[in-house]
Ligand binder design. Sequence first.
Ligand code: ADP
Ligand code: MG
Length: 240
Amino acid sequence: MIKASAVNKYFGDLHVLREITLEVPRGQVVVVLGPSGSGKSTLCRAINRLEPINSGEIAVDGVPLPAEGKALAALRADVGMVFQSFNLFAHKTIVENVMLAPVKVRKIGQAEARKTAMELLDRVGIANQADKYPAQLSGGQQQRVAIARALAMRPKVMLFDEPTSALDPEMVQEVLDVMTGLAKDGMTMLVVTHEMGFARRAADRVIFMADGEIVEDTTPEEFFTAPKSERAKDFLGKIL
Ligand code: ADP
Ligand code: MG
C-alpha cells in the first residue's frame, strides 16, 4: 500500500531522510519510533507529498507520487493524515467539519455527506456532539473528530503523526482506542507515537528511526525485548 525506495530528503545541508526504503502491505499497522529530530514527521509528510523529496520514489497503492494537479489531489485524498494539532474549523460545527472535504473535493451531495459524517462520528464515539463547535469539545474529542474528518475522504492509508502528544493524559486513551478500532477493521496505518503501550498492542511492526535512517524494522516483541542496535537500546532506556 505504501512503497518507498531509496528516499533522500535534505533541508539545506541537513540530510533528514537517508535512503529510506519501506513497504507497508495493505492492512498492516506500522508504528514509527525514534528520538526527536530523527525524521519521522518528514517521512509522513513526504508520503503525503506535503514535503518534496530530493531522490528516490514513493508510491501509494501502486501509484507513484504525482507531482501536481489532479493526480496530487487524488493522492492526498487516498492518504488521510492526523497531526498533533487537530486544526478543526472553529466556525463550523463538528459535523460540518467532517462533511467539508467530501463536499468540496469529492463533490458529494450535502445529504449524503452528512449521513456519512454522522456514521463516522458514531464510529469515533462522538455523534452526540455533532452540532457543537470545536471549542466546546475536549482535546481528546477534537482529535477524534479530526480522525473522523480524515476517514470521511475514504482514505486507503492513514498516517498519524503523534496524535496524542498534545493531549492531557486522561484523554490519550480514548484516541488510542479509536485508532485500535481502525487497526482491527483492517486500515493500513503508519503511526508515529511515543505511546509504547499502543505500539506493543496494536502494531504489526515497529520501525525505529535515528538520524534519518531506518535502524530497526521488526516485530514489537522483538523490538521491545531484544533491540539489536545500540541506538534503539539507548532510546528504550530513556523512555521505558
Ligand atoms: P521528528 O518528527 O522525528 O522529530 P522531523 O522530521 O520533524 O523529526 O525533523 C527531522 C530533522 O529535520 C530535524 O533536524 C529538524 O530540525 C529538521 N527539519 C524539519 N523540518 C524542517 C524544515 N522545514 N526546515 C529545516 N529543517 C527542518
Ligand atoms: Mg515529529
